[in-house]
Design a protein. Structure first.
Length: 170
């Protein structure tokens, strides 16, 4: 029975590599966001030179794209937590948190990014308050409050769970 158990465990351990294509897909999504950022930046430049648009809305849209791209950077922590350690060969620019963010820290970074993205979307709605209905604005506020409440509950749960190390900044 032991050889069967060992084989099963090796298969399960090796199956973690099935996640690698997902992480590569997220790298592709960052490339797509970079494209949209470039398009948005060129649009912002045209707004500045030609007028006829809101500079604030353009900048907020760019900030929104940056926050979403930052959210996708969780691929590093996810890959290191679930697939394999990333060997950067001692590169001088390796961030301190790489290799030190556990699942709880990853969860807190994720919810924090979602709250920030929701906050930017809400700010854009407030800037364009005349262009959306009160019902739409109420939904955006409600969704944002739900994200904030969820983040608060995650933080309280982690705090009540005792002292844990979430890694640098986690």
């Amino acid at each position: 029975m032991q050889p069967l158990e060992n084989s099963l465990e090796r298969l399960l351990f090796a199956s973690r590599w099935l996640l690698a294509p997902f992480y590569l897909g997220l790298v592709g999504a960052i490339v797509v966001l970079l494209w949209y950022f470039g398009v948005g930046f060129l649009h912002l430049i045209s707004v500045l030179t030609n007028g006829g648009g809101s500079v604030v809305m353009g900048v907020l849209s760019l900030v929104d794209l940056v926050l979403v791209a930052n959210l996708l950077i969780i691929i590093f922590a996810g890959y290191e937590n679930f697939v394999s350690k990333i060997d950067t060969g001692g590169h001088e620019n390796r961030t301190d948190w790489m290799g030190h963010v556990n699942f709880a820290g990853l969860k807190m970074k994720l919810i924090g990014s979602i709250i920030a993205i929701s906050g930017i979307d809400l700010l854009k709605a407030f800037v364009a308050v005349g262009e959306i209905s009160n019902e739409q604005l109420a939904w955006k506020v409600g969704i944002h409050v739900t994200f904030v409440f969820s983040g608060l509950m995650f933080a309280i749960k982690d705090w009540l769970g005792g002292p844990k190390t979430h890694g640098a900044g986690g």
